[in-house]
Design a protein around this ligand. Structure first.
Ligand code: SF4
Length: 144
């Protein structure tokens, strides 16, 4: 079983109320081979919501509110769900403050990303789940 970011599976759970659907990832869920989770939604944040970015070890939304607690809570709920489903790997949305695998936005809301990992990704890795980004997944698909 694979854990995937729900927005990649087609769920409209992003801050802007949209998805980032990737057909192959949506198919994994449809076929019962993946479980889709959205840590920000599970943390009680609304859809749509103000975008958030990591800054100095916290998560701050564009209105200046510290939303770290909601991010941590949602990530824990999603990790429990992934572990209960037996997930050993995850495909997560790069650059997200929750789901980023190799990079996150830099906290300036300017679209610039820096090396880092999302709150959920960190928890997954600490639990032994191997995390890959959607772009790595697409690259592998292309090279087959
Ligand atoms: Fe997608 Fe993760 Fe953001 Fe939810 S928290 S919208 S799953 S990137």
């Amino acid at each position: 079983m694979i854990c995937v970011s729900a927005c990649l599976a087609g769920e409209k759970c992003r801050y802007d109320g949209r998805s980032r659907r990737i057909g192959r990832i949506a198919d994994l869920v449809k076929e019962g081979n993946a479980v889709a989770v959205c840590p920000e939604r599970e943390g009680g944040l609304s859809i749509p919501r103000a975008p958030s970015e990591q800054k100095d070890g916290r998560v701050i939304n564009k209105e200046g509110k510290d939303v770290t607690e909601a991010f941590e809570k949602g990530a824990s709920v999603c990790l429990d769900r992934a572990l209960a489903a037996g997930c050993k790997t995850a495909i997560l949305k790069e650059n997200s403050p929750s789901c980023g695998v190799h990079a996150v936005y830099d906290g300036t809301f300017s679209g610039k990303s820096i090396p880092g990992e999302g709150i959920f990704t960190r928890k997954c890795r600490e639990a032994g789940i191997i995390c890959r980004s959607e772009s790595e997944e697409i690259e592998d698909e292309r090279s087959l």
